[in-house]
Design a protein around this ligand. Sequence first.
Ligand code: NAD
Length: 474
Amino acid sequence: MDRPSEGRGLIVVGGGPGGYVAAIRAAQLGAAVTLIERERLGGTCLNVGCIPTKALLRCAGLARSAREGAGRGIHMTLDRVAWEEVLDYQRWVVKRLVDGVSALLKKNQVEVIRGTASFIKPKTLKITGEKNEIREADRIILATGSAPVVPPVPGLKESRYVMDSTGALSVQRFPETMVVIGGGVIGVELACAFQALGCHVTIVEALPRLLPSMDGELAGMLAAGLERQGIKILLGCRVVRVADGPEGARVTVERAGTEEVLSADKVLCAVGRRPCSEGLDPEAGGLLRERGRILTDNRQQTNIPGVYAVGDCAGEIMLAHTASAQGEIAAENAMGGQAVYHPACVPSGVYAFPELAGTGLTEEQAKERNIPFRVGRFPLSANGRALIANGGEGMVKVLVGEELGELLGVHILAPNATELIAEGVSAISMEGLADDLIAAVHGHPTLSEAVREAVLAAEGRPIHTFLKPKGGKS
Ligand code: NAD
């Protein structure tokens, strides 16, 4: 293999969706790339995050189908959940993807070094691991990811029943009861999966609502659906103490001055993630940080020219697709380009039953920014495909600019919402108008028709719901 030669050498630190994408893009552009990763290629997303969670949710979906079949004339019994086989299936999916990343890096002639990279001075890294050496490079892309936050709750750190999302995805014995601390994306997704597989789950969320980053109206509808599935949700509620008993944890929660004790076999702590640069010593590299986050401009360049940071270690929004997008941008800029990261219509998704996804502005954000808008809603109960898929649970909601009619936000609570949202992403990123989306004929019967219908509703002309004509008689 060609060794990095003077002038073409580029080092990427971290092999997750930010780092490996940056490495491939830089190699495509002619760089001699070295990628340094201390654990497994694929990072959090592939190994202990997005991918195993979705594999788990697929198993949970199958368990739900077994229960739901009877109402549709298909009578099945769910004999048992063989947890070890569920874990095997997850591991199989993860291995396929990690092997794929490894093969892609090889094909792109990226040198992969297993080890920890630490700055000893700007643009100079000490590598400790399978090789111990010092490397200098004019161009470095940092993609060191994030780690779970552990809140300072007495007894939490010491408890042998408390786990983070990584622990939940590999727990040896499937719990009968679980308390989930934090009603964000991780909390909700894992609560759904464990509940569907037979665990009794309680979510404890400090704020007065679940999923604070998503559109409030649809997040509220999802929360009501989770409760119908049997998940107990305690809002405006803080965990104040955790104590271990012989068979499980006792979690003391406090709400409006009153304390309650919840017992659980396992406690999942999912109160957020923090940027991670443990072992990297960014300060020795001369890099500026703020609350742990490596500071960059919108070209992903840090305060040191030629050094870039992407993904969770640099970001406020911690999403795999953001990391990959920034990775491509950093690689292009490191190779002389002028690419800029535009976060405006990055989609976010919650893989629950049903899924919730959004792009652009939420109603709350549009109000905060005093942007005049009109709203269109379309209930999925009026969409044939949704009625068949999940009894019509869900809604599409769009925000359209009052003056110009541009699409400002699209929010979807529906089966496969995380796929459907791509239409909103494309429309908003192409600065589409409501009329553009209306003019596009949507296939029938599809869930995507509901997106067009919501836009029709925003324009006061839905076909499959009835809106009182403006100024009409009541
Ligand atoms: P989060 O920030 O999404 O949610 C954490 C929640 O915990 C918040 O609602 C917060 O109010 C609550 N909380 C904080 N302290 C608490 C306490 N002491 N008691 C009770 N509640 C408390 O964090 P997360 O769910 O851990 O996810 C971490 C990151 O990973 C996020 O950036 C998320 O976007 C990302 N992620 C994304 C996906 C996806 O895109 N599908 C999936 C998983 C994780």
